[in-house]
Ligand binder design. Structure first.
Ligand SMILES: NC(=O)c1ccc[n+]([C@@H]2O[C@H](COP(=O)([O-])OP(=O)(O)OC[C@H]3O[C@@H](n4cnc5c(N)ncnc54)[C@H](O)[C@@H]3O)[C@@H](O)[C@H]2O)c1
Ligand SMILES: [Zn+2]
Length: 365
């Protein structure tokens, strides 16, 4: 078992990672949630049939309620949020109650937002079940989507603890592994070249092999925790976590979140950002090797929306991260060292064009 302490300005909480971690749940609650009066477990329709029973078995002695949402991004909605609050009120959760988020980023974000706002905030624990949740369960950002855009409604609300049982990843579909692993590669690219080298030499296919999985997740969480502790409210280096997300979000939005997962879109966005960084610096950072490796892992380097550069540019400009129509992009100075740069519209468009030619030249568009 590994433990990482996440520190923010006002709070500190542990992240426990390991095989069979779930058997420690009751002890962890005793230590991190004193005087817990009742528990509401929030999970989704894919995860609950697999793990809810197991989790409830560990909660002997507690009054436990459960609320299951339909799996998928569409549950991060105002409608589902209201339903959750109503359910919490019906269960008579009070200020000493605990919400447990059992699931991926969708469950974590929604359950965390319910915990952040119910009675002006009650305690919650995350039990992440996806690889991507190494990212979403650390940092305290919780929230839901609005019909006009993703993650537009939310709060900062830190959990009391995160319990990452890596046995839960055994049932995760390979497409979700790919989605989550893109964000792990991102951590290396923006902050730890050695970790990036380790990943690119050790991970030849997905899912990640069990003998290195705990180490990989631990390092990714450490890096996320480090960034969050330096910049809880996203005023500075936390923005580096957006590497690949400028174009990635635009591709996702332009495809209406249908044909591509978040991490797969971010991977194309990272490839694009790396190419742009290399052209700016007139030297190579990682891309030749990077391209071969991610292809081997099954990532696409192309998406049909890239044929609509004008629309992608519009999407980029609508992104809430871009202030006053000015586009800010995370680029790399080196592998492991990110920077935030203003990029002109024209450069984005020209780069989309040369990106297209580059992808074609390597032969697999
Ligand atoms: N709060 C943050 O800082 C933060 C950071 C990154 C992403 N996010 C959010 O996270 C969300 C994406 O998270 P995600 O990729 O975990 O998606 P998700 O929660 O939708 O999970 C992906 C799919 O896998 C299924 N699943 C989950 N665990 C499983 C398991 N162990 N076995 C089998 N199936 C399983 C789910 O039911 C779902 O169908 C997005 O809404 C994104 O905005 C938040
Ligand atoms: Zn992301």
């Amino acid at each position: 078992m590994e433990t990482i302490e996440v520190r923010t300005d006002n709070e500190q909480y542990p992240v426990f990672i390991g095989k069979g971690m779930i058997s420690n749940l009751n002890t962890i609650i005793k230590e991190t949630v004193p005087e817990c009066s009742s528990i509401l477990i929030i999970s989704d329709s894919n995860v609950a049939p697999l793990y809810l029973k197991l989790v409830k078995k560990e909660l002997d002695g507690h009054q436990v309620n459960e609320w299951i949402i339909p799996a998928g991004e569409s549950s991060k909605s105002l409608r589902e949020y209201e339903k959750g609050l109503t359910y919490a009120l019906r269960c008579q959760l009070d200020r000493k109650s605990l919400i447990i988020a059992l699931g991926g980023g969708v469950v974590g974000d929604l359950a965390g937002f319910i915990a952040a706002t119910y009675l002006r905030g009650i305690r919650f624990i995350q039990i992440p079940t996806t690889l991507l949740a190494h990212d979403s369960s650390v940092g305290g950002k919780v929230g839901i989507n609005h019909s006009l855009g993703k993650n537009l409604i939310g709060a900062f609300h830190q959990p009391e603890a995160v319990l990452f049982d890596i046995d839960f990843l055994k049932t995760l579909p390979v497409r979700e592994w790919r989605s989550g692993f893109a964000e792990i590669i991102k951590m290396g690219l923006i902050r730890d070249a050695e970790f990036y080298e380790y990943l690119s030499s050790k991970v030849e296919s997905l899912p990640v092999k069990e003998d290195i999985l705990e180490k990989v997740i631990k390092r990714a969480i450490e890096l996320k925790a480090e960034i969050v502790s330096l910049d809880e409210r996203e005023a500075g280096i936390r923005a580096y976590l957006n590497l690949g997300h400028t174009l990635g979000h635009a591709i996702e939005a332009e495809s209406r979140y249908q044909s591509i997962s978040h991490g797969e879109a971010v991977m194309i966005g990272m490839l694009y950002a790396i190419k742009l960084s290399e052209e700016r610096l007139e030297r190579s950072i990682v891309s030749g090797k990077f391209y071969d490796w991610i292809s081997q892992l099954g990532y696409a380097n192309w998406h049909p929306t890239l044929n609509r550069p004008g629309l992608l540019l519009e999407r980029i400009k609508q992104d809430k991260k871009n202030s006053r129509q000015q586009i800010w992009m995370v680029l790399l100075e080196e592998c492991g060292e990110a920077t935030l740069e203003k990029v002109e519209d024209q450069v984005i468009l020209e780069q989309l064009d040369s990106f297209k030619s580059w992808v074609k030249s390597i032969g697999t568009s």
